[in-house]
Design a protein around this ligand. Structure first.
Ligand code: UT7
Length: 335
């Protein structure tokens, strides 16, 4: 379909909880070491939501900040998409909770679940709504509280994850700016490599599922690692070519922050030096759908990402899913 508009990010906002959980503290909880976590994952610390905070609380803070930075008012929002794996509850959608809290009276709202690739899926959905002319202003939020679904007795997973939220306001932008090319994928044959088995309609909550710890994340780390490196490399190459660019034209890669070794291997595949790769995994761990907007906002705020630069956002996650977006940065809407 012919694009009517190019969609671009006209404002970003993020939120992480105050509580920092260090590797040294984790050493007191499970049989692990600061040295193992740092060398095998690159993580030094992560943020943990306060007991009274739910995903919508983190999402709301990031959304407020994204609206402030874009100058968009809640009443101008046409659609709210919340990408999350840890919604406040089964239903209603966390997006509807945000709609009410923002008082975004005109906005439609829904949640989207695509593992840690959720924020990329959200951007691609927003791009489709905007470029086709259906909607003008879309708020995409990635928010997760994985600390609530991590088994704190399982050292294979509990050292990896953290909590956070990131939001982006998308609008039509000039034709040589914004989202240039997209790629999404899924492979359900790898579903069991990263899953929360119980609590849904397949295995409803029971005493047995609780006793067997089936409400927590179960992960085959090695298989996810191998998949991640290939999927991030391939998806990035696809969107770079789709945008008519070459790998050397990319100013910044904004990868999902799961493990520094995955990020370095993907960068190597793309022949990108690490000074062109955004990294926050050391400070936040893997906060799932929030990791890409958190890394992006930080680099926009500190001036590393500038108008006219080519960037690639790329992620992978449970599903299994993967996705990438090539953009030319420019945060001025043409509405
Ligand atoms: O958003 C997507 C979410 N998931 C991911 O991105 C996960 C991708 N996978 C990974 O990042 C890595 O596979 C892990 C960090 C999970 C594991 O690193 P690895 O280098 O693949 O280690 P491994 O699973 O091969 O385990 C090596 C050893 C094992 O001991 P043995 O069997 O060799 O004696 C583990 O039991 O390390 C042990 N180990 C630990 N030791 C200390 C695993 N976790 C820990 C730990 N502390 N926290």
């Amino acid at each position: 379909m012919q694009k009517k508009f190019n969609a671009g990010i006209v404002g970003l906002g993020t939120y992480v909880p105050d509580r920092i959980l260090t590797n040294l503290e984790l050493q007191q909880i499970v049989e692990t070491s600061d040295e193992w976590i740092r060398t095998r994952t690159g993580i030094k610390e992560r943020r943990i939501a306060a007991p009274e905070q739910a995903t919508s609380d983190l999402a709301y803070e990031s959304a407020k900040r994204a609206l402030e930075s874009s100058g968009v008012t809640p009443n101008e929002i046409d659609l709210i998409i919340v990408a999350t794996n840890t919604p406040d509850m089964f239903f209603p959608a966390t997006g509807c909770i945000i709609q009410e809290r923002l008082n975004a009276q005109r906005a439609a709202a829904f949640d989207l679940e695509a593992g840690c690739t959720g924020f990329i899926y959200g951007l691609v959905a927003a791009d489709a709504f905007i470029s086709s002319g259906i909607y003008k202003t879309v708020l995409v939020i990635g928010a997760d509280i994985l600390s609530r679904v991590v088994n704190w007795k399982d050292r294979n997973t509990c050292v990896l994850f953290g909590d956070g939220a990131g939001a982006a306001v998308l609008r039509p932008v000039e034709t040589d700016r914004g989202i240039l090319s997209v790629c999404l994928g899924s492979d359900g044959s790898g579903a069991e490599n990263l899953t929360i088995p119980a609590g849904g309609s397949r295995l409803p909550t029971s005493l047995k599922t609780l006793e067997e710890d089936l409400h927590y994340i179960h992960m085959n780390g090695r298989d996810v690692f191998k998949f991640a490196v290939k999927a991030m490399g391939d998806a990035s190459k696809k969107v770079i070519a789709g945008a008519g660019l070459k790998q050397e034209d990319i100013d910044f890669l904004v990868p999902h922050q799961a493990n520094i070794r995955i990020i370095e291997s993907a960068a190597k595949r793309l022949k990108l030096p690490m000074d062109k790769v955004l990294v926050t995994v050391d400070r936040y761990g893997n906060n799932s759908t929030a990791s890409i907007p958190l890394a992006l906002e930080e680099a926009v705020e500190d001036g590393r990402i500038k108008d006219g630069q080519n960037i690639v956002l790329v992620g992978f996650g449970a599903g299994l899913t993967w996705g990438a977006v090539a953009m030319r940065w420019g945060s001025t809407g043409i509405l």
